[in-house]
Design a protein around this ligand. Structure first.
Ligand code: ADP
Length: 649
């Protein structure tokens, strides 16, 4: 419970507070300037006493400070002002009660007027005393639930009494407001107390009769509308009745019957309006209900609504299909029948905890939840629970999806991934072992060539020498290929993640390739490069291979120009090494990244076709991708992505 947060109510209370404060202030000025039009309003009306005006000011200020939220100091001020007004009202009331003079009446202002009979000079009237005391206490206790509940009804009483007094003024019935102890109250006092009593009651809109009008349900809206209209109708009819009576237009009996009939017709009209509005709302509700039913029925998920006791209230078509029950076998039965036996006994506790803290919950495949069909078979499910507020209290809407198939697919994918990984490892192991074993016979062949050359010089003619030299270079080349294969297999085995300044890395690469660059007359342009987390040694190899190729595959008579640049693409760095070399035809764009794939003869451009395969593997284990963009005869750009990697070390 707390001070109202409803904007409308706050505005009303603020207006009431302001009117009070201003009226109080005006009347104080009126007394000081002795202006009867302000203090009395009309000649024969009783005046708003100086002390009343003070209290009205205090209460207005107190209500204002009570409405300002979040500032403790203001709450203190509210208590201070209400205490003051309460005290003044209490002392004045005690004066009446015990027939004493506590000198409060003339303490702040001495009224020279002596006509305030039957009230002693300047004293607040008893009814006003009561109103001030109740309203002050109402403001004081508005934050304390128990006291506020009682005060709310007291405030209603003040609203009623001041309303009667106001009617007295409107209908000019003196007995209702003036000179007849104890109902006398000044007109402006009646207005201010009336407004204040409502304004203060609105601080707790959920308490007392205010609840009837402040609630958001249809009944509350109807009550507010009907009550306002009835009050206005009654006031008008009573006023007309009095006028008729006073002017002797017709006999009292006739007037009573006539106005009773008028009132009846007015009521009938209001009831007609209200019933029309209610019928429309009922129709809309029914329509919404039908629509809800339709949506629930046609939902692809199994939907079940159950109450706090676990009784199933609704099950859609899919729910019946999923669980294999008929409508009758589900409705009114316990939801526990859909839960596997091993956890069935605990479920009521789980259910209770849900209803104690009703909020959306979901249980995915990660929770490993199972449901049970009518035939006893269990199946994995995903469940979404949503609490719904209904006129029967909170109920739970469970949305259930049978995930048997998904789980099976997940299992298959997991198995295939495992197999694939094993196959890959096997392949790598095989390549490594094969290349390792191949080196041995190669060494033997090359040893034998050496033996032949050294031990049999007598049979070495030019032709044999030539053959042996060809065999020798073929074996040497074979050795290099086998070593390359071995290196490829080992690549990344000892990789270390390091924060790397790419600009510095490129300086090192260029310095390594110095002799190639100078002899070819190449220009290497290194644009600003980032500092990144990567496998430094391996990345260095990538740049080395790409720059080496960019210089190697140059056009005849054109000095190579190689540019290294980068940009950030999403969550990765994209590096580019571009050249003005011979270029590559589109159909070879993929092939060149495979092991031992070359596009030229050894005589034209030397190489073994392993550089790009290595680059590709390195970029791949960074989680990136390597590709080429090229126009034959104009040049190529090799691009690769290195995703942002978090270096935890
Ligand atoms: P290698 O350079 O030893 O031949 P790579 O694997 O590095 O082997 O390259 C494979 C093939 O891709 C090369 O033989 C060449 O035909 C082509 N290639 C690589 N880089 C370039 C480039 N910058 N310009 C033109 N062609 C290139």
């Amino acid at each position: 419970m707390g001070i109202t947060s409803n904007k409308q109510f706050r505005s009303f209370a603020l207006i009431a507070a302001s009117i009070n404060f201003i009226t109080g202030l005006l009347v104080i000025v009126g007394w000081i300037l002795k202006t009867r039009a302000i203090t009395h309003i009309k000649g024969d009306y009783i005046s708003m006493k100086f002390n009343t005006a003070l209290c009205v000011c205090f209460m207005g200020a107190a209500l204002f400070f009570r409405l300002v939220r979040g500032v403790r100091k203001y709450k203190g001020l509210a208590y201070f002002f209400t205490s003051l007004s309460f005290l003044i009202a209490l002392i004045s009331f005690c004066e009446y009660l015990f027939g004493i003079d506590a000198y409060i009446d003339t303490l702040f202002y001495a009224d020279s007027e002596t006509v305030a009979i039957p009230h002693p000079q300047g004293r607040i009237t008893p009814l006003t005393c009561l109103s001030i005391a109740v309203i002050s206490a109402g403001i004081f206790f508005s934050g304390y639930y128990r006291a506020a509940r009682v005060m709310q009804y007291m405030l209603h009483l003040i609203t009623l009494i001041t309303f009667i007094a106001l009617m007295g003024y409107v209908f000019n019935i003196k007995a209702l407001h003036s000179h007849s102890f104890p109902t006398s109250i000044a007109l402006h006092s009646a207005v201010t107390m009336f407004l204040l009593s409502i304004g203060v009651a609105l601080l707790n809109p959920e308490l007392g009769l205010v609840r009837l009008f402040t609630g958001k349900l249809i009944g509350n809206l109807m009550a507010k509308q009907l009550f306002t209209r009835i009050v206005i109708a009654v006031v008008i009819v009573v006023y007309l009745f009095i006028l008729t009576y006073r002017n002797n237009v017709m006999s009292v009996e006739l007037a009573a019957v006539f106005y009773a009939i008028v009132l009846l017709f007015a009521m009938l009209l209001f009831i007609n309006d209200a019933s029309k509005a209610l019928n429309k709302i009922e129709l809309d509700r029914k329509l919404a209900e039908d629509r809800f039913q339709l949506v629930v029925e046609s939902a692809p998920n199994a939907l079940i609504i159950s109450d706090t006791k676990g009784d199933i209230l609704l099950a859609n078509r899919q729910a019946k299909l999923t669980f294999g029950y008929s409508e009758d076998e589900m409705i009114g039965k316990k939801i526990e029948m859909l839960i596997p036996r091993n956890i069935r006994d605990y479920h009521p506790d789980i259910r209770n905890s849900f209803f104690q803290h009703p909020q959306k919950r979901s249980f995915t495949t990660l929770h490993d939840i199972y449901a049970v069909r009518k035939d006893g078979t269990e199946f994995p499910v995903e469940i979404g629970l949503t609490p719904i507020n209904t006129d029967k209290g909170i109920v739970a809407l469970s949305s259930i999806v049978d995930v048997t198939e998904r789980k099976q697919n997940e299992r298959i994918i997991r198995k295939q991934m495992k197999e694939l990984k094993m196959k890959n490892n096997e392949m790598e192991r095989f390549t490594y072992i094969a290349s390792h074993d191949l080196q041995e016979p190669l060494r033997t062949v090359s040893n034998y060539i050496q033996f032949l050359q050294e031990d049999y010089p007598e049979i070495m003619n030019e032709e044999i020498k030539q053959h042996l030299s060809t065999i020798g270079s073929a074996v040497e080349r074979m050795g290099i290929l086998v070593r390359s294969l071995l290196d490829y297999g080992r690549l990344g085995q000892n990789k270390v993640l390091a924060t790397t300044d790419c600009a510095q890395l490129l300086q090192e690469v260029v310095s390594d390739l110095n002799s190639l660059i100078t002899t070819s007359g190449a220009t290497i342009v290194i644009q600003p490069l980032p500092v990144i987390d990567c496998y430094r040694m391996e990345l260095r190899q990538v740049f080395q291979n790409l720059i080496n190729n960019a210089v190697k595959f140059r056009k005849k008579d054109v000095a190579p120009l190689v540019t290294i640049s980068h940009r950030v693409v999403g969550e990765a760095y994209e590096f580019a090494v571009s050249d003005n070399g011979i270029g590559i035809e589109r159909q070879h764009f993929d092939r060149i990244f495979l092991m031992f794939q070359r596009l030229h003869r050894q005589d034209d451009y030397q190489g073994y076709g392993v550089g790009l395969a290595n680059c590709n593997k390195i970029v791949n284990f960074h989680g990136g991708r390597l590709w080429v963009e090229s126009v034959p005869g104009e040049g190529s750009t090799f691009k690769f992505l290195i995703p942002f990697i978090k270096n935890e070390s």
